[in-house]
Design a protein around this ligand. Structure first.
Ligand SMILES: Cc1cc2nc3c(=O)[nH]c(=O)nc-3n(C[C@H](O)[C@H](O)[C@H](O)COP(=O)(O)OP(=O)(O)OC[C@H]3O[C@@H](n4cnc5c(N)ncnc54)[C@H](O)[C@@H]3O)c2cc1C
Length: 304
């Protein structure tokens, strides 16, 4: 254990029951890819105060840290992470005020969608089935089936580790782009987000969600661990189509395989390592560049 981690661990050990502390926690347990070596320190704060305190303590002890949502868009390295992973998973409250739905960072998108449906509020159906947390979705501007987080977000609540301040960030200040936001370029942490929804019909909202869930099951290899679409969509091209036409469906390196069902996904067929996935990513990029002259950019975040 390095010095800074030691200091943070000592601080965490005295924080109390609102902060759970694990050492050498395998990240394969906390990611949808089921890949990743141990994080030196794995912290799970149970309250917003504990969450901000942990982030602040990491900042003050100059410990590398990574805020983890549901782990559905990340590839942790086999070598693990020599800093602190701080999980938002226990912060999952969802509240409603008229047609404004506010959720804490760790709430799952699917539970947020269900809450909106049960209150007959429309707008979030597109997000049903995206296996992320609210925090991860706000950071990534998650989107599917014609909708994106930026279409429904009213504001997010952020914590700035350097100043220790909690600030409200209106939609216009998120600098949203395709799978991009201001959060990807600063140290700020998402604590919560508010979505402006519109009154609708509960049955119709539910039917739309079920339709989307059905399309996911039909098109995506949900039976195997993955991190969703590996690459960002290049303008004017479809990644899946290029990979498939290049004959790469089913191509395998170690335990990592280009999905037979959806060539835009890499799946873990059992025992895949980050090295397998990265080698496969490199191979796909090379082949697609050669065949189409298109440089693929990774959407999945490699954490090392
Ligand atoms: C089967 C499958 C299908 C998918 N389908 C889609 C899809 O249709 N559309 C789509 O957009 N994505 C899709 N994804 C990818 C993924 O679910 C989304 O990107 C999701 O928004 C990631 O959320 P997460 O909570 O899992 O984030 P994580 O993977 O935990 O983290 C992603 C990034 O967000 C950061 N982060 C997380 N929480 C916070 C926080 N509170 N504050 C600051 N930073 C934070 C992390 O540090 C990291 O940089 C899919 C993934 C899988 C496995």
């Amino acid at each position: 254990m390095n010095d800074t981690i030691g200091k943070l661990a000592a601080w965490a050990g005295t924080y109390g029951e609102d902060l759970s502390v694990c050492f050498d926690e395998p990240m394969s347990r906390h990611t949808s890819f089921r890949i990743g070596g141990p994080a030196a320190l794995y912290l799970v704060p149970r309250t917003r105060e504990a969450f901000t305190a942990a982030v602040r303590a990491a900042h003050e002890t100059e410990t590398r840290f990574f805020v983890l949502g549901n782990g559905s868009n990340v590839l942790f390295d086999d070598a693990g992470y020599d800093g602190a992973v701080i999980s938002s998973s226990a912060l999952d409250a969802i509240t409603l005020d008229g047609d404004l739905l506010t959720a804490e960072a760790g709430a799952s998108l699917s539970s947020v969608c269900k809450k909106a449906r049960d209150a007959s509020l429309a707008g979030l159906e597109f997000a049903y089935g995206i296996p992320g947390s609210v925090g991860g979705a706000v950071v990534m501007n998650a989107g599917a089936y014609g909708g994106e987080i930026k279409d429904v977000l009213e504001e997010s609540t952020a914590f700035d580790p350097a100043s220790g301040e909690i600030v409200s960030i209106p939609l216009a200040e998120h600098a949203y782009g395709y799978r991009d936001s201001v959060y990807k370029h600063t140290d700020r942490i998402v604590l919560a987000a508010s979505f402006r929804l519109v009154p609708g019909n509960r049955e119709e909202i539910g039917a739309k969600m079920n339709d989307i869930a059905g399309r996911r099951v039909a098109k995506q290899p949900l039976e195997y661990p993955s991190a969703g679409s590996v690459f960002k969509r290049p303008e004017g091209h479809f990644v899946g189509q290029m990979v498939e036409e290049s004959g790469l469906k089913g191509f395998r390196i170690g335990g990592a395989e280009v999905s037979e069902k959806h060539a835009g996904f890499i799946v873990n067929r059992g025992g895949a390592t980050s090295r397998d996935v990265l080698a496969l990513v490199g191979h796909i990029r090379e082949v697609v560049l050669k065949n189409y002259g298109v440089e693929l950019e990774c959407e999945i975040i490699h954490v090392k």
